[in-house]
Design a protein around this ligand. Structure first.
Ligand code: ZN
Length: 431
């Protein structure tokens, strides 16, 4: 068989349900899909990548971020969520336009691709700018209209926001979309119910922040007289395939409610730790079989888009808080960053594992650096030792986006523009 690309001689971790491995195997890519896997020594290809001394894995899926917030990286550090948001929202109001959002998101997408991410979920103002950014870098994106009760920095009164969202849904039939109500504390019950109705009407999943921090829990209590999970249940948000970012502050009854719903969770351990939001009950959620995935959150709260740090912190924070160093093995953490991510965004049928017919979303991890040897268990190496610098090649839907540890797309203009924006932002915030 002739493939577009053959990746030869790597140690393949398919991350399928049986965790099938090919200790020395090949992968074929044709038309953006995986066209062969295993021993393909009799096959030919237009391009061949020698993957000797590498691990070949599914691309990482970052299920929660705000990529354009790279522009505010480090602007509001060392303060809790409410104070952080005050500064960030002021900066957004002054400096975020469709143009700057695209520049920031391009930088973020470049950073993610270099770190092995092949698909990300992004919630942000001027979200169509993020589509252009992901296209420029060549990685996949799930995004969609953001809903917030007030007019917002994009100056859209509620009715106009809903109309614009519906027009965009019709205009972008090939873009993978979610409806994105920001949170319970920036919405009200009526508007949350309207978003749930839109999700019904357009058969779209929902992405929302919830149960993130103590300040949010008391705000939601003040507004609704109940906790965020109950608000989402009562407004119909939980009747959908809803991806909840954070879900840190959950009681036992709420974990049962989530387990019985179609909801899934994007765990953001670095953001939760840095903003002192709390420690998620990862092991309890894992035991309850709630679909789990990993996210970096925005680069102003965590402060980068590094899924390797995210995996390691998810694992270590779980061990530290449960006191049980056997509670979630490295293999299951790596599954959250790959197969779990795909499942949580409804793309489990086409992404998240290396199987023939699926999208060719592939990361090739260099195993030659001193910190990567010896490797007795590949999953342990990936979760506890590997970093972004070990990502040698990345293919997203078959497109070669990182080649030999270098980004294929040109971001010279982007980095120049980011520095120009920084020089405008800095004087306003004594930064
Ligand atoms: Zn977030």
């Amino acid at each position: 068989m002739n493939h577009d690309t053959l990746i030869t001689g790597g140690h393949i971790l398919t991350m399928d349900a049986a965790f099938t491995e090919h200790p020395t195997g090949d992968i074929g890519i044709t038309g953006g899909k995986i066209s062969g896997i295993g021993d393909l020594s009799g096959d030919s290809a237009t391009q061949t990548i020698d993957a000797t001394n590498t691990l070949v894995t599914p691309g990482l899926i970052n299920t929660h971020c705000h990529a354009a917030m790279t522009l505010f990286r480090g602007l509001a550090d060392d303060r809790p969520l409410d104070a952080f948001l005050q500064t960030v929202w002021a900066a957004e109001g002054q400096f975020i336009t469709p143009e700057t959002a695209q520049i920031g998101a391009t930088l973020g997408a470049a950073e993610m691709a270099l770190g092995g991410v092949t698909h990300f979920v992004d919630m942000y103002w001027h979200w169509e700018s993020t589509i252009a950014a992901a296209d420029h870098i060549g990685i996949g994106l799930t995004t969609g209209p953001v809903f917030i009760a007030f007019d917002g920095i994009d100056n859209q009164p509620w009715d106009q926001r809903v109309a614009n969202a519906e027009a965009a849904i019709t205009r972008l039939p090939h873009q993978h979309l979610m409806l994105m109500p920001h949170s319970c504390y920036t919405m009200d019950a009526d508007k949350l119910a309207q978003v749930a109705a839109l999700a019904d009407k357009h058969t779209l999943p929902i992405h929302i922040h919830a149960a993130e921090a103590p300040s949010e829990m008391s705000q939601v209590q003040d507004i609704y007289g109940k906790r965020p999970i109950a608000v989402m249940q009562d407004t119909g948000i939980l009747d959908h395939a809803t991806l909840i970012a954070h879900a840190v502050h959950l009681n036992d009854a709420e974990i049962t409610t989530l387990a019985q719903s179609k909801a899934s969770i994007a765990h953001n351990p670095l953001s939760n730790a840095k903003l002192a939001s709390g420690t998620m009950r990862l092991h309890d959620l894992h035991t309850a079989h709630i679909p789990l995935s990993l996210g970096t959150d925005g680069p102003s709260s965590s402060n980068d888009l590094d899924m390797w740090q995210t995996m390691r912190h998810a694992s270590l924070m779980n061990f530290a808080t449960t006191g049980d160093a056997a509670s979630i093995p490295a293999r299951d953490i790596f599954a959250m960053a790959t197969r779990g991510g795909a499942r949580c965004i409804g793309l489990g049928g086409s992404k998240g594992t290396l199987e023939v017919g699926k999208d060719a979303d592939i990361a090739i991890i260099d195993m030659t650096a001193p910190h990567m040897i010896p490797s007795y268990d590949p999953y342990s190496t990936l979760v506890y030792a590997a970093g972004r610098g070990d990502v040698a090649h990345v293919f997203a839907s078959g497109k070669h986006v990182v080649a030999g540890k270098r980004l294929v797309a040109d971001i010279t203009d982007t980095t120049r523009q980011v520095k120009a924006i920084q020089s405008r932002i800095a004087p306003s915030f004594d930064a």
